[in-house]
Design a protein. Sequence first.
Length: 79
Amino acid sequence: MNTQKLSNIPLSQFRIFLEKIGCKHTRTKGGHEVWTRKDFLRPVIVQTHIDPVPELVVQNALRNLNMTKKDFFKQITII
């Protein structure tokens, strides 16, 4: 059983995670950052004015990346 939760992920750590997996910050519009990668069907949108990153945003990003929660925590422990 995995006791780690996707809530309370700091914005700075989530940005580092996105860069580490090959995403590029393409633009910022208002309070939202757009992160893309060549194989994405849709970009990851991150609200810059909300820290920590909401759990739903992390879940949607992982779904877009075809990653599991376990993969996510493996990546951020390496950071």
